[in-house]
Design a protein around this ligand. Structure first.
Ligand SMILES: Cc1cc2nc3c(=O)[nH]c(=O)nc-3n(C[C@H](O)[C@H](O)[C@H](O)COP(=O)(O)OP(=O)(O)OC[C@H]3O[C@@H](n4cnc5c(N)ncnc54)[C@H](O)[C@@H]3O)c2cc1C
Length: 500
């Protein structure tokens, strides 16, 4: 028998994404879903860039893209541009899509590496259609014909997180989720099981439930403050621990991508939305003062700020367990990896999916929690390694921060991945997961990590054949990207559809 009452503690992006998804999935059951949030506490107020998986979440809930984009002031995102990471002056885009196509049955990057060892070749990004479109400020929805290059990429969104939460709230409330305003001040645990039985609000009211979803943000009200689960800290690999967010007006053109520009002791993000541009500086307090960080950010933004700086502190890492007893932590309460690859909302989505896959019954099989924790730990560690790669694979030596990142000891899992790539261009592949081969290639090659050898099987295709295939790919990408509508035209078309 399913659990009967669910209480979600927290109404940020995590709380409302969870509420909406549970309402959708459990709608036809007698399960009662309540959400408590506190205007006094507020939300973290950032989190604007996503990865393509969000489209699946939206589609599952049946959102219309035009309405969603209009309601959230959303823009399209073809990838992330990384500026000044490998060396000052470098720029590459990590797109949501493939580079080139196999030549003679050999993965494209091996043929490119082989040709590169013989002489000059076009940059790796010339072989990516979404990068070519992004560089031109153009966007087109991918196609469905498997033979077309239009099927070689995906896209995500950049949106106003506050508006998204409001949109989700409407959806969830329309499907029976009961929202309550109030501040949780205490949690009552049952002695023997250690299960949370109720939470108490500031006004003395007690709220009981069977399953508690802790979406209370960095505090981890239930998972940490009540259950003392413990935190696995990763600051020795990812030393950034602070951020300042500061929106400003948009430039004339709205880029269909997020930009991450490396600075002396961190990096600055730029996330263009329809109604404004989100900016922020993620930095390490061990290497940079808060005042200098603000100065760096003010120097990096394109227009005067539209709000007061929002200052945030965080500790990179994850809870030792994210499901303990009858409490499941989702969102910032479960851990945090800095936003360099826009992964937090995706980790929320993953946790919701896993919770639904392993949805508890009143028997509370401990294996459900064990499997949830195993899967989430796996995802966190994979994302962690990918983000560390950006910091470590650098030739920058212009600050103590970069000297630390370049020379630090890596997690064994990443050491292994990099060793395999450096030797002969092998990307450690997963059957599933967030960042697959094209993503690793974008960062390795974009940050000057070059293998010693290409796959020897690449030699089975004659050089002139490879060069001709490469020339055809670059010409086709340019011609196609030139034919895409501008990002602004694509947004206007969607806005017209929403209005209609
Ligand atoms: C600098 C920075 C940049 C980021 N950028 C991105 C990005 O580009 N892309 C991305 O995917 N993610 C990003 N993130 C992460 C993203 O912001 C979060 O994953 C997302 O907002 C979810 O937050 P949350 O809902 O877990 O927590 P919060 O937004 O903090 O919400 C917590 C909720 O709990 C409630 N609450 C807390 N205490 C109590 C209490 N005592 N009683 C009642 N209610 C309570 C609060 O009122 C609030 O409703 C970023 C994070 C940071 C720090």
């Amino acid at each position: 028998m399913l659990v009967k009452r669910i209480l979600i503690v927290g109404g940020g992006t995590a709380g409302w994404m969870t509420a909406a998804a549970l309402a959708h999935k459990l709608g036809s059951t007698p399960v009662e879903i309540r959400l408590i949030e506190s205007a006094e506490v507020g939300t973290v107020g950032v989190g604007e860039a996503t990865v393509p998986h969000i489209r699946h979440y939206n589609a599952t809930l049946g959102f219309d893209e035009a309405e969603f984009m209009a309601r959230t002031q959303g823009t399209f995102k073809l990838g992330i541009e990384f500026v000044n990471w490998g060396r000052i002056g470098d720029s590459y885009i990590h797109p949501f899509g493939a580079f080139g196509g196999d030549i003679g049955g050999v993965p494209f990057h091996h043929q490119w590496l082989r040709m590169r060892q013989r002489g000059p070749v076009p940059d790796f990004e010339a072989f990516s259609l979404p990068v070519q479109a992004a560089r031109r400020g153009r966007f087109r929805h991918p196609g469905t014909d498997p033979a077309s290059p239009l099927n070689s990429y995906n896209y995500a969104y950049q949106f106003d997180a506050g508006l998204y939460a409001r949109f989700l709230r409407e959806y969830a409330e329309a499907r029976g989720v009961q929202r309550k305003e109030g501040k949780v001040v205490d949690a009552a645990l049952e002695g023997e099981s250690g299960f949370v039985r109720s939470v108490t609000l500031e006004n003395g009211e007690k709220l009981k439930a069977d399953l508690f979803v802790d979406c209370s943000g960095f505090r981890g009200l239930l998972i940490e403050q009540a259950l003392k689960t413990g935190y696995e800290e990763w600051t020795h690999w990812l030393p950034c621990d602070r951020a300042i967010a500061l929106p400003c007006a948009n430039e004339e053109r709205i880029a269909p991508f997020t930009r991450a520009t490396a600075q002396k002791s961190g990096w600055v993000w730029k996330i263009p939305l329809q109604h404004r541009c989100g900016n922020g500086h993620v930095y390490s307090s061990g290497f940079l003062s808060d005042e200098d960080a603000l100065e760096t950010l003010l120097g990096a933004i394109a227009a005067p700020p539209m709000a007061e700086p929002n200052r945030l502190r965080f500790v990179t890492g994850k809870r030792r367990r994210q499901w303990v007893g009858n409490v499941v932590a989702i969102g910032l309460s479960s851990g945090f990896l800095e936003p360099l690859e826009s992964t937090s909302i995706h980790l929320i989505q993953l946790a919701i999916g896993r919770l639904l896959d392993l949805f508890p019954t009143q028997a509370w099989d401990p294996l459900d929690a064990e499997e949830f924790n195993r899967l989430m730990a796996f995802e966190y560690e994979r994302v962690r390694d990918f983000i560390i790669l950006h910091y470590h694979a650098t030739q920058r030596d212009d600050s103590d921060f970069w000297n630390h990142c370049r020379t630090m000891r890596l997690p064994d899992s990443l050491e292994y991945k990099m060793a395999l790539f450096r030797e002969r261009g092998v990307v450690v592949n997963y059957r599933d997961g967030m960042f697959l081969e094209p993503s690793w290639l974008a960062v390795y090659l974009g940050q000057r990590v070059l293998p010693r050898h290409a796959d020897p099987l690449a030699e089975k295709v004659a050089e002139d054949q490879v060069l001709a295939a490469m020339a055809a790919m670059t010409a086709r990408n340019i011609a196609m990207a030139d034919g895409f509508p501008t990002h602004e035209a694509a947004l206007a078309e969607l806005a017209a559809a929403a209005a209609a």
